[in-house]
Design a protein around this ligand. Structure first.
Ligand code: AMP
Ligand code: MG
Length: 334
């Protein structure tokens, strides 16, 4: 009895598994890395289609399973890029029909929360969800995960990737920015923000990143060292996220903070969350990095939880929803 999870919201196609007890097993994934420009939805969908069969069989082989061991099929129903979501949904419907296994379409953002809760053993956290396309501060209130604050323009990861791309650094740029910033700080331990100030992106409980991006690009154009700008960029945007997360903890009275999404791989962001939580006698959690980035295992995990609570997706309701919101999914399993 295995639940298969299929993730295909954007740049990554990924298959993952949970067993009959809901224990997660690492995913088999492939990410499109365009040589030039950003991620084109149609090209990403073609990438997913081309590598799907190999990824699925790699996953089954590495766990000594065959297709017939799959007893349920979960997939990301949204939010995400339409052409990419459609590939995952088509594979899921095909497998479900062939295996006569229940189909379950899940909310990608909620899957980030549930894999984090499972991995970190926290119960009722505020989630700081920082990924390529999404930046949200989320908390469970009255049976749904409510978005308390979010980006008003682009996602934080998207902003980091765009800044990196302008410096000739290919996707994903976030990890390279992290390295450049850390190296700069090591070589310039006494550096300060003078001449490196950027707009501070907090608007009440919301965030904004496009103005910071423009200002950071301008600093580089005006001759500031790239490492220094990477450092300043991280300090500004991560502080903004942590400030909103702290306010969410204060307003909700919750005492757990959980990180999720690809940008949650960043050590500096993890440290800032730890510091903030220690100061307010709360607890900060971050899942293993393989479960921060988009992965099929988190989709399998949420599918397993929802199926266990009696929800399945009929074929006639299995269409993708590019604009699915975090707070549209009732939490029937907690
Ligand atoms: P996701 O959309 O959740 O899969 O996350 C992908 C995003 O995470 C991309 O924008 C990456 O640049 C970003 N990312 C991955 N690792 C890091 C890191 N160490 N620091 C900052 N951003 C990162
Ligand atoms: Mg994601």
């Amino acid at each position: 009895m295995w639940t298969l999870g299929i993730e295909s919201t954007a740049h990554t196609l990924s298959f993952g598994l949970v067993d009959s007890e809901g224990i997660p097993f690492p995913s088999s994934s492939a990410t499109i890395r365009p040589e030039k420009g950003g991620i084109h939805p149609r090209e990403a969908a073609d990438h997913h289609k081309d590598c799907a069969a190999k990824l699925l069989f790699d996953l089954l082989d590495s766990n000594s399973l065959s297709v017939s061991d799959i007893s349920a099929v979960a997939y990301s129903q949204g939010p995400g890029l339409g052409p990419c979501l459609r590939i995952g949904a088509a594979i899921a419907r095909g497998l479900s029909a062939k295996l006569d296994a229940p189909l379950i379409g899940v909310n990608h953002c909620v899957a980030h929360i549930e894999i984090g809760r499972q991995q970190c053993g926290c119960d009722d956290p505020v989630l700081l969800y920082v990924s390529g396309g999404n930046t949200q501060v989320i908390a469970r209130l009255e049976g749904k995960y409510r978005v308390l604050g979010e980006t008003l323009d682009i996602g934080i990861g998207n902003m980091l990737d765009k800044f990196a791309r302008a410096q000739g650094i290919p996707f994903p740029g976030g990890p390279v920015i992290e390295k450049l910033a850390a190296t700069w700080l090591k070589e310039n331990p006494d550096c300060d923000m003078e001449g490196l100030e950027l707009p501070y992106a907090v608007r009440g409980m919301d965030l904004a990143f496009s103005g910071v991006l423009t200002a950071a690009l301008r600093l580089v154009e005006n001759g500031k060292p790239l490492g220094a700008v990477c450092w300043s960029l991280q300090e500004h945007v991560f502080s903004a996220c942590v400030e909103v997360a702290e306010r969410a903890l204060a307003h909700t009275g919750k005492t757990e903070l959980l990180l999720g999404g690809g940008v949650a791989c960043n050590n500096r962001l993890r440290t800032m969350c730890d510091l903030m939580c220690t100061e307010r006698e709360s607890f900060s959690y971050a899942p293993p990095r393989m479960y921060c980035i988009d992965n099929g295992t988190m989709i399998a995990m949420l599918g397993w939880l929802e199926l266990g609570s009696g929800r399945i997706t009929e074929f006639t309701s299995s269409a993708i929803d590019q604009y699915l919101r975090t707070d549209q999914t009732p939490i029937i399993w907690a």
